[in-house]
Write a protein that binds this ligand. Structure first.
Ligand code: ADP
Ligand code: MG
Length: 256
């Protein structure tokens, strides 16, 4: 069973109303050889609780920068970023982040890598162990808890990274081209599992992708981050013609 959530584990009450994000007039510059390099210029965007939003845009237009801001990894910006109305001032277990290159620590086992999410938190050790084990099961990595990253395939490494993001019980999952490095079949399977996770648990999903088919397949709404040289970066919302309902079949699962 590869699906992240088995049907028996579901509860209709898991739909919740948290996980909303607001980006209000956010600007971000890097400094390049002493000169400011504006990357995001007055971006505004609202993501409703439980929405699945895909962010697309040309390479270098600032997608990862925006996701890092939403994650709280970078707090050097102007404007306002809110998670359920509360300003984002740093990382928070309730916002999970997954990168394209899983970023597992090679010297730690899968379970140790997942447990890294609890660093600097007050979650008691016994509870940590139980939650780590549950997430490893959920992402289909039973039997690999003591494996090291070099012993995992690309898809399994991403599953471990997703477990690490989920172990904090986030209401927002931020995904930065998470499937971009995977082969087509593994990508399709993980797309379906992310969709299942979204449908069943109501987690807000914000996924950066350069794959427009993936965006159309997965998201309720596509946000285009538009960056023409010398022009103001802006966002364009592209609502899908036929948005899917949470809980609808949506896709046919592929099995080995
Ligand atoms: P995308 O994810 O859309 O491909 P990024 O957000 O990674 O784009 O980068 C946007 C722009 O910001 C690029 O021009 C990139 O070179 C620049 N940039 C990103 N991170 C840094 C950094 N730490 N220092 C300087 N420039 C950066
Ligand atoms: Mg990027």
């Amino acid at each position: 069973m590869n699906d992240f959530v088995s049907p028996s584990a579901l509860s209709p009450q898991q739909q919740h109303l948290s996980g909303g994000l607001q980006v209000q007039h956010v600007s971000k510059s890097f400094s390049l050889k002493g000169a400011p390099l504006p990357v995001l210029d007055d971006i505004s965007l609202t993501i409703a609780p439980g929405e699945f939003v895909a962010i697309v845009g040309a390479s270098g237009c600032g997608k990862s920068t925006l996701l890092r801001l939403l994650a709280g990894l970078d707090t050097d910006y102007t404007g306002l970023l809110l998670h359920d109305g509360v300003p984002i001032r740093g990382t928070d277990l309730h916002r999970g982040l997954v990168f394209q290159d899983h970023r597992l620590f090679p010297w730690l086992t899968v379970q140790q890598n997942v447990a890294v999410a609890f660093s600097n938190t007050k979650v008691p050790p016994a509870e940590r162990a139980a939650r780590v084990a549950a997430e490893i099961t959920r992402v289909g990595l039973d039997g690999y808890a003591d494996a090291y990253p070099h012993q995992l395939s690309g898809g399994m490494s991403q599953r471990a990274a997703i477990a690490r993001a989920l172990v904090g019980r986030p209401d927002v999952l931020l995904l930065d081209e998470p499937l971009g490095a995977l082969d087509a079949l593994t990508r399709l399977r993980l797309q379906q599992e992310l969709r299942r996770l979204w449908q069943d648990e109501g987690i807000t999903m914000v996924m950066v992708t350069h794959d427009i088919d993936e965006a159309v397949y997965l998201a309720d709404r596509i946000v285009v981050l538009d960056a023409r040289p010398g022009k103001v970066r802006r966002v364009q919302d592209v609502p899908l013609a036929h948005p899917r309902q949470r809980g609808s079949p949506g896709f046919v699962a592929i099995r080995d």
